[in-house]
Design a binder for this molecule. Structure first.
Ligand SMILES: [Zn+2]
Length: 476
């Protein structure tokens, strides 16, 4: 109750102190029905897309069917529960984002004041790192924009409103009816740096005295990430966002720790949550396979490499340009390590790494330098006579046009970025259909590789090659 009073007081003060340019803002609040709106729930369906997971570097994001999209917002908490159900969109699959999806996949993401978590599992999964992004997502909803502009000294210039939330500038525009029709702001990616997010709100209708758009389209870095038609809006419905005890009591995230597992002599599997790399030791240097996620991980991996070997890191192999696989590369560019990737990726990376990175500066943006590349066509072998890494372009596969697998002939080990990420339980991995695993099998067979173990970038760790054969139905 106390919190409600405080928010109302701040809102009143903010609108009073900006009365001179707040006329249009007040008109928008009135037109939208924002003043007495404390909660709202809206549901729609349409399409959703996998940001950073394009089939071809720089092209549109892969498309999925959004069976349902339900946002339950409580502006007073403040917080939001976003429930999304997606299904496979493209046949055959084209691109990443954990496709092909078999059946339906539900995700429930929640933010409530200082806490963020995911629901749907046996217990809520805390995700403190997501609080700011999810709160921002809530404040850029149609009515959230008006409320946030009022509470954060929003400036009005013609039909444009600008304000900032936690240091991030947000720009919104009003249509002739004073309804919010567009919101834009910058976000940050570990691959492309600053990039624009734009949301358009169109086709407004009245829902119990509150105006709400029936069409919402969001683009990220120029390509759609969400395109939905709204079917139901419930203003001032009960939206409970109670923080589960295990989320409240979760310890603050500590430094990223790297788990080390020896795969063979001079070969280690370096794992952080859902991201695994190989470290391979040669006579006078070491090679890292996959610079995943982002700079925090690359620095933690660097520290681990220093414990395992005193040889310099000369190469980082990159299997493909999906952002979860490429986000850690900039750190290696900054430290002068050569990036080994398919030749099709080089122009994309050169362009991406030269873009501004002001929102979340990293080593490379603070000290820019050109990347050193060794590119791969159909095949490349890194060898010093003792240790050998073979890189094969996976031609004609659906996951990514410039995808590579890494193979160590001496140990029968194969690393692949994606597609078949061996699950802990049933090797048939029934949550996904096997198209992309068949691609992997086809490349292995076409090159006569004697694979014994798959130790890929995601999943539950090294598994026998037979697990892949079970998944694609080659053996029972
Ligand atoms: Zn991928």
């Amino acid at each position: 109750m106390l919190r409600t009073v405080t928010v109302a007081f701040v809102l009143a003060m903010a609108s009073a102190s900006h009365a001179q340019d707040g006329g249009r803002l007040a008109a928008a609040a009135s037109a939208m029905g924002a003043a007495n709106l404390n909660t709202i729930e809206y549901t729609g369906s349409g399409q959703v897309f996998g940001f950073g997971q394009a089939y071809e570097p720089g092209e549109r994001w892969p498309r999925f069917v959004q069976r349902s999209y339900t946002a339950a917002v409580n502006y007073q908490t403040p917080g939001m529960r976003l429930t999304q159900v997606r299904a496979q969109g493209e046949h055959p699959p084209r691109g990443g984002a954990a496709q092909p999806v078999a059946g339906e996949q539900r995700t429930i993401l929640v933010v409530s004041d200082k806490y963020a978590w995911q629901e749907g599992g046996p217990q809520a999964a805390p995700n403190p790192g997501a609080v700011q992004d999810r709160l921002r997502q809530m404040w850029v909803t149609p009515h959230g924009v008006i409320k946030a502009a009022l509470a954060n000294a929003g400036r009005v210039d013609g039909s444009t409103i600008t304000f900032s939330i936690a240091g991030r500038a947000i720009k919104a525009s009003l249509n002739e009816q004073n309804l919010v029709d567009k919101v834009s702001f910058l976000s940050s990616s570990e691959v492309v740096g600053d990039y624009p997010i734009e949301i358009t709100y169109a086709d407004y209708a009245d829902f119990g005295g509150v105006k709400f758009p029936r069409r919402i389209v969001q683009t990220e870095d120029g390509h759609p990430t969400l395109d939905i038609t709204i079917s139901a809006v419930r203003p001032n419905t009960a939206v409970a966002l109670d923080v589960p005890a295990n989320v409240q009591n979760a310890p603050p995230p500590g430094p990223l720790t790297v788990a080390v597992e020896k795969l063979a002599d001079g070969v280690w599997y370096l794992s952080t949550p859902n991201a695994r790399s190989w470290l391979v030791e040669f006579n006078d240097h070491v090679v890292l396979v996959e610079g995943m996620t982002g700079e925090a991980r690359s620095l933690a991996i660097n520290a681990e490499i220093a414990k395992l070997s005193n040889k310099p890191l000369r190469y980082v192999v990159n299997t493909h340009a999906h952002y979860d696989h490429a986000g850690g590369l900039r750190t290696y560019v900054a430290q002068g390590t050569t990036i080994v990737t398919h030749e099709l990726n080089k122009p994309f990376y050169e362009k991406a790494w030269a873009r501004p990175r002001t929102i979340a500066p990293d080593l490379l943006s603070k000290s820019p330098k050109p990347a050193l590349f060794e590119t791969v066509g159909d095949k490349k072998v890194l060898t010093d006579g003792t240790q050998t890494l073979e890189l094969y372009h996976m031609k004609g596969t659906s996951h990514n046009v410039a995808n590579m697998i890494v193979f160590m002939p001496r140990h029968g080990l194969v690393y692949w970025g994606d597609g078949y990420n061996p699950p802990a339980g049933d090797p048939r991995d029934t949550a996904r259909t096997p198209e992309q695993s068949i691609d992997l099998y086809r490349v292995i067979a076409a090159n006569n590789l004697d694979v014994k173990t798959i130790a890929p970038a995601h999943g539950a760790g090294p598994k026998p090659f037979d697990n892949l054969k079970k998944h694609i139905g080659l053996i029972p």
